[in-house]
Write a protein that binds this ligand. Structure first.
Ligand code: MG
Length: 390
């Protein structure tokens, strides 16, 4: 019998984290859960801790430490708090793999710390690669740490590339569902509500990524993620709308042959694959039924109605700290949309204006990324308060 893989889950109370726990729970013979962490949902974190019995838990929001300690009074688990605690805990000797399912920029520093201590990375946090892909890639080479993508499109590409190591990729197609507003006119998009935007047709995900999917920023971020993960030029990365979300992405090789990875849209599949690659474990997940899908369809994305896709590609081509600016501005704009401070179309307007106003750094170091992130947030917030008159 093989040894159990010892796992730390950063962001275990979020959508991916919770689904990862479901997956791990079904295969107790392969996995040992060592660390769980949450930003502030300590009630769920305590519940998960009782069930999965990790050695340590971290709550990032220090104000929630007391409540968590009370909830876990009778447990022997070690409890830590603060954002820096994540960076320390991932260095623990008794961890083999760190599953990063934090949302947004917050994933960057813990991921760097985990790579530097030689842990395998299962990465659900695309923003880490968007913000500082060059840095993450060079660290992963330096420390010989593999990064296994959990994002379904990137998992698909990764799976299609297995056994093709000596062959050149001509291009890849990232599939996109198109989100709930695929057929909306610009006029209609102006009036879109938060409630409508939070209803994704195919995937069940957290709030931030659901809004990003509706605005197509998610696909833009994924293009940048693919650029770094697979070492592809922007021209080699294409996006195609595929509303049924059955084909998760496609690789086209030099001979013109295309390989696609398919299946029902269920994040548990890419999560499990990232944890077990190159092996596949038997699961009881729902199987695809051809009678339910008589047609798979494809269409071109419209970057006029969804300018985020265009902005993301421009940022990727410009490189340097531009994707970092794109990401931070988008995080602030999405937050403002979720707080009803700006309308749906203003998300991309805020991102565009922020990109135009921030100064460009061609070869940023970690400190530059950190500073860019901070300054971008301040600028995006001030643009938003002008717009919303608050
Ligand atoms: Mg995805």
């Amino acid at each position: 019998m093989r040894e159990k893989k010892r796992i730390a889950i950063l962001g275990s109370t979020g959508s991916i984290g919770a689904q990862a726990l479901e997956v791990l729970e079904q295969h107790p013979e392969y996995f040992d859960i060592k660390v769980l962490s949450a930003y502030s949902n300590v009630d769920l974190l305590a519940e998960q801790t009782r069930k999965h019995e990790p050695t340590s838990v971290v709550v990032c929001n220090e104000a929630r430490y007391k409540r968590l300690s009370t909830l876990l009074e009778d447990s022997s688990v070690s409890i830590y708090s603060g954002v820096n605690a994540l960076e320390e805990i991932v260095q623990s000797e008794d961890i083999d793999m760190v599953l990063v399912s934090l949302v947004g920029y917050a994933g960057l520093l813990p991921t760097i710390s985990a790579i530097k201590s030689g842990k395998d990375i299962a990465l659900a946090n695309k923003e880490t690669l968007v913000v500082a892909g060059d840095l993450i890639k060079s660290l992963s080479r330096e420390y010989q740490v593999p990064i296994y993508p959990i994002d379904s499109e990137h998992s698909a590409i990764y799976q299609c590339l297995i056994g093709e190591e000596s062959n050149n990729v001509e291009k890849i197609y990232l599939t996109a569902s198109g989100g709930p507003f695929r057929n909306f006119s610009t006029e209609q998009l102006k009036e879109v509500t938060k409630k409508q935007a939070l209803k994704h047709p195919n995937w069940n995900m957290g709030n931030k990524i659901t809004i990003d999917s509706a605005s197509l920023m998610n696909k833009g971020l994924e293009a940048i993620e693919a650029h770094w993960l697979f070492g592809l030029e922007p021209e080699q990365i294409d996006v195609i709308i595929h509303p049924q979300s059955i084909i998760h992405s496609i690789v086209q090789f030099e001979d013109g042959s295309m390989k696609a990875q398919m299946g029902l849209p269920d994040m548990k599949l890419p999560i499990l694959y990232a944890l077990t690659t190159p092996d596949r474990l038997k699961t009881n997940f729902k199987r695809f039924n051809f009678e339910d899908f008589s047609r798979l369809t494809f269409e071109k994305p419209d970057s006029k109605r969804f300018p985020n896709l265009f902005l993301a590609y421009e940022s990727m081509k410009a490189g340097g700290n531009m994707p970092c600016i794109l990401n931070a501005a988008n995080e602030i704009a999405v937050e403002a949309f979720l707080e009803d401070k700006i309308g749906f179309l203003q998300i991309s307007a805020v991102v565009e204006q922020t990109l135009n106003k921030m100064s460009y750094i061609r070869s940023p170091k970690l400190e530059d990324y950190m500073q860019t992130d901070e300054e971008t947030r301040v600028l995006a917030r001030s643009l938003i308060s002008k717009k919303s008159g608050r």
